[in-house]
Design a protein around this ligand. Sequence first.
Ligand code: NAD
Ligand code: DAU
Length: 354
Amino acid sequence: MIIVTGAAGFIGSNFVLDWLAQSDEAVINLDALTYAGNLENLASLQGDPRHIFVKGSIGDFDLVAKLLAEYQPRAIVNFAAESHVDRSIHGPEDFIQTNIVGTFHLLEALRAYWSKLDGAAKDSFRFLHVSTDEVYGSLGKDDPAFTETHRYEPNSPYSASKAASDHLVRAYHHTYGLPVLTTNCSNNYGPYHFPEKLIPLVISNALAGKSLPIYGDGQQIRDWLYVKDHCSAIRRVLEVGRVGETYNVGGWNEKPNLDVVHTLCAILDELNPRPDGQPYKAQITYVTDRLGHDRRYAIDASKIERELGWKPAETFETGIRKTVQWYLDNQPWVENVTSGAYRQWIDKNYGANA
Ligand code: NAD
Ligand code: DAU
């Protein structure tokens, strides 16, 4: 079996759903259930013995040590983190505690466990750390996309905390030989994306008749990847990635924010026209820019394509249409998340375990 941390969040829950759709290898889901953790994402696994949920923090050394001893996993995939840049600007403390200190305690528990393994169990064990392209900082308009050797230049408390965690992971390999793999991925979108991030926020605000906030001039560029393609990349790296290596993951889909919002509005106009016949783009509002806002991210995914034979299955056009359709088909999920009712859902279905 494997341990997946942060698997009640956006990418982690997609990862577990895809994993168990393709394999019977059980998953221990270690998640602290912060505001971003929502077990309703995994409602289809209710009663499935292949999914074992444990509420707790990656920073709890004793708990992680107990889980490692009890379940003897062959791998850990670490999604657990504070992930929202705006929140890190308003309150960096949680980002330092979870992303840096939490990763440190997780690594310490893993080191103690792994150093006592021997033979095939030791050789085949893997720790895969899920990171972000934001650690590389911001690109100019004509700069080449980020490769794995790009200098780390994080600009927000979020990206600085992720950069620190990447460095710790690297150091535990270099110093203690821990068999680590790191992935640095671009912006994800898709089902179960918490509506504080651009794409789900715009879809849910549009449907609720609210304004669609564009920070600054809306010309900041992000490189978008459908979440299930990120999950397939992680599976591939876990399977055949070279220990100690980092792999950039992206879909070669650079888009200015305003173009993304216009695309979302156009798809909504087609699939769910406003009752008054007006276009959704009429709801766009320009608001004060994010502090220290990175201008452009772009991932050069050549290494993972060339060395591991990974390619995304979705283009931006197919993925974004699927995403809008998913939100239209799952309005109760959006309502539960925006109203906070998902907390009651978790209490009712998981009771004391959550
Ligand atoms: P998310 O905020 O949706 O989910 C994070 C999950 O981690 C939540 O379920 C939360 O409860 C859990 N968590 C938080 N602190 C914890 C702790 N101390 N112990 C255990 N669990 C804890 O985040 P996401 O968007 O799914 O991102 C997952 C990972 O992927 C993060 O490490 C993030 O940096 C990285 N990443 C995200 C993107 C993206 O576009 N969303 C892109 C590249 C990399
Ligand atoms: O690049 C990978 C990163 O992508 C991940 O590491 C982060 O965890 C993830 O949150 C995401 O960070 P961003 O800051 O790029 O995502 P966000 O959805 O918050 O914003 C996308 C862009 O849209 C960014 O330029 C800010 C802008 N924006 C965002 C919001 C929420 C707006 O213009 N208006 C908004 O209301």
